[in-house]
Design a protein around this ligand. Structure first.
Ligand SMILES: [Zn+2]
Length: 171
């Protein structure tokens, strides 16, 4: 059983998930909040458009677990694929950027956030997998924020033309 993709919102309410069901979503920037993420990646382009379409595709498997030890927690197994344009750091010409990133997110109840043993860790081993550690607050999983963070971890920090620069090199 899966939630209709049209209902995949940028914040997921835990109460909308059925325990122990893997809810799978394949969505792209046809959804406005995913398009926001594309716009964010291209915010330095001053409105200039590349030749090819820019896009983000998300393949998400979201599961709510309810266990005695942890209470309610949500896992998000995410495949993130991004294709976009960014200015070359040397000559400012638009360059095509692409990456694919698979990452697992674990959203524990936010009472865990204040526990000392959870203060200094950013990932956690659960269900035989390493997961990036997040917390859900008031039953809300901030999905867009999670994807945003993972994109900024993965994206090329210093885009450059491949080979010779297209424009005159500025410095
Ligand atoms: Zn360049």
């Amino acid at each position: 059983m899966s939630i209709n993709t049209k209902k995949l919102t940028e914040i997921i309410n835990i109460k909308d998930l059925n325990p122990d069901v893997i809810e799978e979503f394949k969505v792209s920037n046809e959804i406005p909040w995913v398009q926001d993420l594309v716009n964010e990646l291209e915010e330095d382009n001053e409105g200039e458009k590349g030749e090819l379409p820019s896009k983000i595709e998300l393949d998400l498997k979201i599961t709510l677990r309810s266990v005695k030890f942890y209470g309610d927690y949500v896992t998000v197994r995410a495949g993130i694929k991004a294709e976009y344009y960014a200015p070359c750091i040397r000559c400012l010409a638009l360059t095509r950027q692409e990456f694919e990133h698979d990452v697992n997110g674990l959203f524990l109840h936010d009472t865990y956030a204040s526990r000392p043993e959870y203060q200094d860790i950013s990932s956690y081993f659960i269900e035989n997998e390493e997961m990036e550690l997040y917390f859900h607050k008031k039953g809300q999983v901030e999905l867009k924020e999670f994807i945003h963070e993972q994109i900024y971890i993965e994206k090329e920090a210093f885009p450059r033309c491949t080979g010779e620069c297209v424009n005159k090199v500025l410095f």
